[in-house]
Design a protein around this ligand. Structure first.
Ligand code: APR
Length: 244
């Protein structure tokens, strides 16, 4: 079935839908200029994860970890939401019960206007004090000295879930709950390999949702989804442009 007929089918489903859940990964931000994690030109290609995105790495060398995150913040800060981020933002206004679940930490969904967001892996634009736990928005891309300190004197860390760390249970439970209640569940730009996030599309499937996958590559979800768009995120979004 070519893309136009697929999108007509999806539009038909969306017209009858109240509970729409969108689930995104790094692929939705790639065309905004942010490298993914596991693509050939992915982010991790040049870095050893163990050196940077783990609590041990931060404990051993908080300055090096902060240098990497400040470099990423500077890069991400220059990126804008793309057509697909904007479509997801438009959907939030169109559907009575809409939720966006993202694995991305880049903040582009917020920049595109989404508010009902469950950020499973945190947000690079927020810091957390390792002493008092205070979480606050912090748009700095450099500090007078590293690591930055909280007013309580504690060290600040990026408010991001690192490898080996548990996700916020409240956010994960809410993500599970909305995935179970979804009538339509649209997964965009994720390799569906990192759990527990990757279980969400399958939770939606088991609860009877109509599951859509948008990804130019096949993943473990591809054969299970009700409909596949082997497209880039912006190509998919362009199918919803007025007049289409
Ligand atoms: N549009 C849509 N999808 C794309 C595009 C694009 N333009 N380009 C690449 N993709 C797809 C790739 O085919 C791949 O399946 O996006 C997916 C990106 O996969 P990953 O790099 O594994 O990113 P993600 O699934 O978000 O990783 C999950 O792993 O490293 C951790 O915490 C990190 O949140 C991240 C998690």
């Amino acid at each position: 079935m070519e893309d136009q007929r697929k999108v007509e089918e999806l539009k038909g489903r969306l017209e009858k839908c109240k509970n729409l859940v969108v689930f995104t990964g790094a692929g939705i931000s790639k065309e905004s200029g942010i490298p993914t994690f596991r693509d050939a030109d992915g982010l991790w290609k040049n870095f050893r994860v163990e050196e940077l995105a783990t609590p041990e790495a931060f404990e051993n060398d908080p300055v090096r970890v902060w240098e990497w995150y400040l470099w990423r913040k500077e890069k991400i800060g220059q990126c804008q939401p793309n057509l697909c981020h904007l479509l997801v933002s438009k959907w939030e206004k169109q559907f009575e019960n809409f939720w966006l679940i993202t694995q991305n930490i880049d903040g582009l969904h917020r920049k595109a206007g989404n508010k009902k967001i469950l950020e499973l892996h945190g947000n690079i634009w927020y810091t957390r004090c390792i002493k008092c736990g205070d979480v606050k928005e912090d748009l700095s891309i450099n500090y007078p000295s590293l690591p930055p300190k909280c007013s309580c004197g504690g060290i600040l860390r990026p408010h991001i879930v690192w490898f080996g760390e548990a996700l916020d249970s409240g956010i994960l439970n809410k993500a599970m709950e909305v995935s179970q209640e979804a009538e339509v569940f649209v997964s965009i730009g994720t390799s569906t390999v990192v759990y527990p996030a990757a279980s969400l599309p399958f939770v939606a499937l088991q609860s009877g949702a109509y599951v859509v996958e948008v990804n130019p590559e096949r993943t473990s979800l591809t054969s299970e989804a009700n409909i596949n768009f082997f497209l880039k995120a912006t190509q998919f979004a362009s199918l919803f442009e007025d007049g289409n």
